[in-house]
Design a protein around this ligand. Sequence first.
Ligand code: DGJ
Length: 398
Amino acid sequence: MNRTFSLALLFLLTSNLLAQEPATQDRPHRPRGRRTMTPMPSYPATLDADGKHVNAHGGCIIAYKGEWLWYGEARPHFGFTSEGVSLYTAPIGTQPVSAQDTLKATPLDLRWKNRGVVLTVVDDEGSPIERGCIIERPKVLYNERTNQFVMLFHSELKGRGYEAAQTGFATSDSPYGPFRLHHVQRPNAGRWPADFTEDDIRKAKALNPADYPEWWTPTWRTAVEQGLLLAKDFETGQMSRDMTVFVDDDGTAWHIYSSEENLTIQAAELTPDYLGYTGRYYRIAPGGQNEAPCLLKRGDTYWLICSGCTGWTPNEARMFSAKSIQGPWTQHPSPMQGAGAQRTFEAQGTWIWNQSAKEGDTTALYFMADVWVPRSLANSRHLCLPITFEGDVPVIRK
Ligand code: DGJ
């Protein structure tokens, strides 16, 4: 092949692939640094009982009445929009069907039954879940007080890329759906973080984005840590993108999400019905640029495992610990160890799956992750790795 022809071919291939991703207005959400193309999936498909790959991404697995419920993004084969949230179920305690070594069996080896799309996009113009929207990282909680299943998800509006940065709330009386959209919102409009002092508030109020036209400078970074972007969104509510949920031992439910233009994680307390916010929230690693939060609690320590922000491209995981959700949080090295650890084994975390039925038992935890295939998101692979502890520190090996 002559050189001009090779270059033209390379240009055509790369421009076509990159053009499929929706444009985002938000600068940090765009992958920074060198962008590498994702190779074809290096992991096998996860086959359901019908022999089809499980199309449930960015999701969660919860136990309910003798069944595992796996909710996740129902993604199209092409493009970056959503079809809704799908559900797969498997009986708890059954033998894995495909693991060669049953002791190493993970959720991926169960016989998952496809229960269909339980929250579907709609054709109503202007609906937050109008066909063409983006629904990411759905997480479902059962609320004992209201006897309802509540789904929280990252909600983006049709045709607006990732700029809306809202949380969607949907409910159902049954785990099998259908879930109905309750509302979408940004968290905690008009509220400062619970641990902000009068002095912190005064400093944050004085910050003006117009004074920081250039990003990534040391002064800009200090301003972000002091609440530059938090203050920008004070009136309209905090941005919320990649997310997880966590119910603490005292029954308090938390929504943990990437906020402030993906630069800061926030943990916001949910109301007792899980359908809104109490107004109490805390910031984690301000300015740290973390996504894909996954939270576990072991003993009296909370461990937060995140990714960095490089779009669909894998990166090195980050880990933080604290004795309380309100912090202070301490950063640790990535929990991933062994070959491939630096790119989180090509995956990005989505959920900590607790295989033990006993409350508070953390002897069988798994790190669930997606191996994204942006050219065909439905075909993104699943990775599920056991979490072990060395001393008290989580370690994840492939
Ligand atoms: C990384 C996030 O973790 C994914 O959920 C998705 O939002 C992609 N970014 C989009 O680029």
